[in-house]
Design a protein around this ligand. Structure first.
Ligand code: IVH
Length: 669
């Protein structure tokens, strides 16, 4: 036979066997058959290197070393999903759907794979490009790394030109093996399969990604309409027919009872799956109904993700440590026997204050139950008193600062105890860490550990000292080589150009958060004008109340502050507002613009303050009571008279889940 023809035949056979093995999980030939064919392929390619095309199975093993990832724009934005946490949230979602499309609706229920959203572009059936989701509009080109995933076909069964979307993930088994090897080799362990998958796809050396045994499930197409199907379920079948890997556990449900049954089934069975799932995704099945429902800025109205409830895990409370924060507040922190919760190992959790510790009846040595609030922040929920053996001890806050020894005070109406010594080293350190942090001066490469070292070695005492650090001094620090020092000095230099609000926030003036810092910077434009501002002028500024105004005035009265600002000026730090003006802000992001919002009931995922801050960030004003002027009410559980009044007045009521969906990291804004 003509060798070129045989070459194509070998490729086709290998692709077929790969599909049977990796996509269908139903191999039809022994491994040796595959291996022999693969050897034949390599031999032909060695004789005819010019025949090799990017869709040859030999190209999956990697080899390319990239210099960096190129950004790619998504032609159709990659949306994310709104969240539901209860049956009630789902019923609400269903109600909203039915209001728009009528009662004749069905839902496709799918597993929510806990990996990374990716997009794959095929042109005339040939794999051309793979990208990460990024911010939904712009992602990164990971074509080469996605090619190493065996279940990603290099060629579709039909010469379609389509952009398919799905979730790349690391199977639990591969994750376990990878971490075992890393442990043996003394490398840092990955916290969970999702992080491992993300780390693997961001490898510049494609050979490394190829060894990571990643996998993929495809769950949508940028534009299903183009495929001539009427339903999402038909679209998925079509993807499977094209040779793409589609999750089998999907189910079309006609009623919410069926949806709940599906959820219950998978809540129980999730542990037995070979991959992590973090919830269930509901999608209106009919594509024309999807179109009628449309999309919000970043999330569709025709789909929602039900998130499994936070996992609760018992562990031992070994000790309670004290931390002195930037503002002098002393916080008790639980030191826990490391426990695996919702994908990561937890060994510390804030206990907030002494009152809460007693309220929850938590004693040192107790067995306690922990969870991750919003699946992110570790929290001690309660103790299990029945497990006490008499060795447990009650905790009491000390009377003096654990760092500097000055007497702690309880300010009026505060539960927290504070160290009010402005020279307390713990506070100074925290102040420095805050100054360099992301929302403040955002100095890359200056993490907590480096700041601590700089402070402990007395290379910096205040934030201005950062701008006078020399290369020689930095080189003396642990684990700081020539390259990291050069990068760090560069980041410090770049931070000098920051717009004023970053500096203002970074200085850590009490009560001045990131948002107020921005408002003040925008209004006063330079730090000198702000310094001169009278209290009345300050309170005229939106969002600035009496307390904040007093705090700003007092701050700028301080001689030491003047000296600090002079030093910063000498260093060349910008003290003028150079950020966007209101008209430049993304109006679309301000979903609560000029709306008066009332919060009521118990919120599970937010503190009241956080919910308020979020609404304000999105342009709204939060008010305490419901009246005709109220535009929206956010109701948590057990909402009482305010909710009733809102309903009476016909005011739109949002659930906590609706609010959560506006969180920037949930894809809301
Ligand atoms: S559909 C417009 N289906 O969950 C719809 N997403 O929280 C876009 N995910 O960004 C997503 N499994 O990374 C969809 N079966 C599934 C999914 C799924 C996991 C991820 C995806 C998305 C995130 C939203």
């Amino acid at each position: 036979m003509d060798e070129k023809k045989r070459y194509q035949e070998v490729i086709d056979l290998l692709n077929r066997y790969s599909h049977e093995y990796y996509v269908m999980d139903q191999p039809t030939v022994e491994d040796v058959v595959y291996d022999q064919l693969n050897q034949e392929l390599l031999a032909i390619e060695e004789r005819h290197p010019d025949w090799i095309t990017s869709d040859s199975p030999s190209q999956r093993v990697g080899g390319e070393v990239l210099e960096g990832f190129v950004k790619v724009a998504h032609q159709t934005p990659m949306l994310s999903l709104g969240n539901a946490f209860s049956q009630e949230d789902l019923l609400n979602f269903d109600r909203q759907v039915r209001e728009k499309v009528g009662d004749e609706r069905e839902y496709m229920c799918e597993l929510k794979i806990d990996g990374l959203a990716v997009s794959l572009i095929y042109e005339n059936g040939i794999y051309k490009q793979g990208a990460t989701r990024g911010d939904g509009t712009i992602g990164e080109d990971i074509t080469a790394n996605l090619r190493t995933i065996r279940s990603v076909p290099m060629k579709l069964r039909q010469p379609f030109s389509i952009e398919v979307r799905g979730e790349a993930y690391m199977p639990k088994k591969s994750f376990k093996e990878l971490n075992e090897i890393r442990e043996e080799e003394g490398q840092m362990l990955f916290a969970n399969p999702r992080n491992a998958a993300a780390g693997s796809l961001r490898q510049l050396d494609t050979k490394v990604a190829a060894k990571r045994n990643l996998d993929i499930f495809l769950y949508s197409v940028a534009d299903f309409g183009e495929m001539g199907v009427a339903k999402h379920s038909e679209g998925l079948e079509m993807l499977a027919d094209l040779g793409l890997k589609v999750n089998k556990e999907r189910r079309v449900c006609q009623t919410m009872e069926e949806v709940f049954a599906y959820i219950e089934e998978w809540t129980e069975k999730r542990a037995s799956l070979d991959y992590d799932i973090d919830g269930i995704v509901l999608k209106v099945n009919d594509l024309s109904q999807q179109e009628t429902l449309g999309n919000r800025v970043k999330t569709p109205r025709w789909s929602i993700a039900y998130k499994f409830p936070a996992e609760e895990v018992p562990t031992k409370l070994l000790d309670i440590e004290l931390n002195v924060g930037r503002t002098g507040v002393v916080t008790p922190t639980a030191v826990l026997e490391p426990a695996f919760v919702a994908g990561t190992t937890v060994s510390r959790a804030s206990l907030h204050n002494e009152d809460l510790i007693h309220e929850k009846d938590i004693r040192i040595g107790d067995t306690v139950v922990i969870k991750k609030a919003g699946d992110i922040i570790p929290e001690v929920i309660r103790s299990i008193p029945e497990e006490r053996d008499g060795t447990q001890t009650e905790f009491h806050m000390p009377e003096i600062c654990p760092t500097c020894g000055s007497e702690l005070v309880r300010l009026e109406e505060e539960v927290a105890l504070r160290c009010i010594n402005p020279k307390c080293p713990a506070q100074l350190k925290e102040g420095l860490i805050h100054f360099v942090s992301r929302n403040a001066m955002n100095i890359d490469g200056l993490g907590e550990k480096v700041v601590m070292q700089l402070f402990d070695q007395q290379l910096i005492q205040d934030v201005a000292d950062l701008y006078f650090l020399s290369k020689e001094e930095l080189l003396k620090l642990e684990r700081m080589g020539e390259k990291s020092v050069t990068n760090l000095l560069h980041s410090i230099e770049v931070s000098k150009e920051n717009s004023l609000e970053r500096l203002l926030f970074g200085l850590g003036i009490r009560h001045v958060g990131a948002k107020a810092a921005r408002t003040l910077a925008m209004k006063f434009e330079t730090i000198d004008r702000l310094k001169e501002a009278a209290k009345e002028e300050l309170t005229e500024t939106p969002d600035v109340g009496e307390i904040m105004a007093d705090s700003v005035v007092t701050y700028f009265e301080n001689e030491e502050v003047h000296e600090l600002l002079n030093e910063l000026k000498k260093a060349g730090v910008n003290m003028t507002y150079t950020g966007p003006r209101p008209s430049d802000l993304d109006e679309e992001a301000l979903v609560f613009k000029d709306k008066t919002v009332v919060l009521t009931g118990k919120l599970e995922q937010f503190t009241r303050n956080d919910a308020k801050a979020l609404i304000e960030q999105l342009g709204g004003n939060v008010s305490g009571s419901v009246s005709k002027k109220t535009d929206l009410v956010v109701a948590g559980s057990d909402a009482g008279s305010k909710l009733a009044k809102a309903q009476e007045l016909g005011i739109t009521v949002l659930s906590e889940a609706d609010l959560l969906n506006y969180l920037p990291d949930k894809g809301g804004v």
